[in-house]
Design a protein around this ligand. Structure first.
Ligand code: BGC
Length: 325
């Protein structure tokens, strides 16, 4: 296993915070999942203290305490733009406008990326789960404390889609149809499936996906409700269930770290070549152009921007291959 294939994934949910060291090439947990209850109120200082402890526990369990190159990915139920959490639907309002990436990187002492929790779960499900190998428009809907949504077009994520907040008969969709709403409203599976179906019909009318994948812990009980749904596109249960958020956050961290390392090496090599060019020991043309093109592409993975699952394959092509130009 290479360095870039391990990362610690953290998933902040309404009821629990979970973490593990992940083999991001296989989508598997390398350490047992550690979990604590989400502090109430779920404000940044209390949450970060718990996350820090979970990250340390995962690093100890995975034998990577001294390996500072193992990065961390954190999924948060918030819209995340440039590492800043800008909304807070099921967490404390203290996360609004909070510099999450910078604060967490410092707290963990490791390179850290932050992304929306449903985007993280979706990335894992599209790479390793029910969406693997699927092209077209795939919508991953996670049913938990709220409703998360992640939209993929040919495997590439459209980040920060907030379809849990679509309004239905005067209330936001997640207030009726999330897994927590079923319990809070004391609904049986049949009655709840009617509300979930209405919600999915509304979402379908807005997005028209080719496939809907239903995730969240409740997907373990999919046979109790999926058969009752009448929505147009096929609906299938997620396969990674409770681990999707951890795996996807870790994948994003590993890919970001890998892209940054590649960009650094490319820049170093370009600098070396430029120096050599000046001493006229090397032709100045073709290699420099190839390196520049590669550096430009890797820099597309801007901080906070989830990376498409297939992007890594493209970046792993040898620098001089024609496909990389
Ligand atoms: C939040 C989303 C989140 C979803 C699932 C919603 O209330 O607005 O950002 O992905 O809950 O946790």
């Amino acid at each position: 296993m290479t360095d870039s294939s391990r990362a610690i994934g953290v998933d902040l949910g309404g009821s629990g915070i979970k973490a593990a060291l992940v083999d991001t090439e296989r989508g598997r947990l390398l350490t047992e999942r550690v979990r604590v209850k989400t502090p109430g109120p779920a404000e940044p200082t209390a949450v970060i203290a718990e996350m820090r402890s979970l990250v340390n526990q995962s690093a100890v369990a995975g034998g990577v305490t001294t390996d500072a190159d193992v990065p961390v990915g954190v999924g948060i139920p918030s819209v995340v733009i440039d590492g800043v959490t800008v909304t807070a639907a099921n967490i404390d309002a203290g996360w609004i406008g909070f510099p999450a990436r910078a604060t967490l990187s410092e707290a963990f002492g490791r390179q850290t990326v932050v992304l929306n929790d449903a985007d993280a779960a979706g990335l894992a499900e599209i790479r390793f789960g029910a969406g693997a190998g699927r092209s077209g428009t795939v919508l991953v809907v996670t049913l938990g404390t709220g409703i998360g949504s992640a939209l993929f077009l040919d495997g590439r994520l459209v980040p920060n889609l907030e379809l849990g907040h679509v309004e239905i008969r005067g209330r936001i969709g997640e207030a009726r149809a999330s897994a927590a709403a079923r319990i809070r409203r004391n609904l049986g599976w049949e009655r709840w499936a009617v509300d979930l179906d209405e919600y999915l019909h509304r979402v379908d009318a807005l997005v028209w996906p080719d496939l809907i994948i239903l995730g969240g812990g409740i997907s373990k009980q999919a046979d109790r409700f999926i058969g009752r749904l009448t929505v147009r596109p096929p609906v299938v249960p997620a396969q990674l269930q409770n681990n999707a958020g951890i795996v996807g956050a870790a994948m994003h961290a590993a890919e970001r770290a890998w892209a940054e390392r590649t960009a650094e090496r490319t820049a170093e090599r370009s600098a070396e070549w430029t120096t050599t060019d000046r001493t006229s020991e090397r032709p100045t043309t073709e290699p420099s152009r190839i390196e520049t093109a590669t550096a430009e592409r890797t820099s597309e993975t801007a901080p906070g921007e989830p990376i498409a699952p297939h992007a890594r394959d493209e970046r792993t092509r040898p620098i001089s291959s024609p496909a990389s130009s």
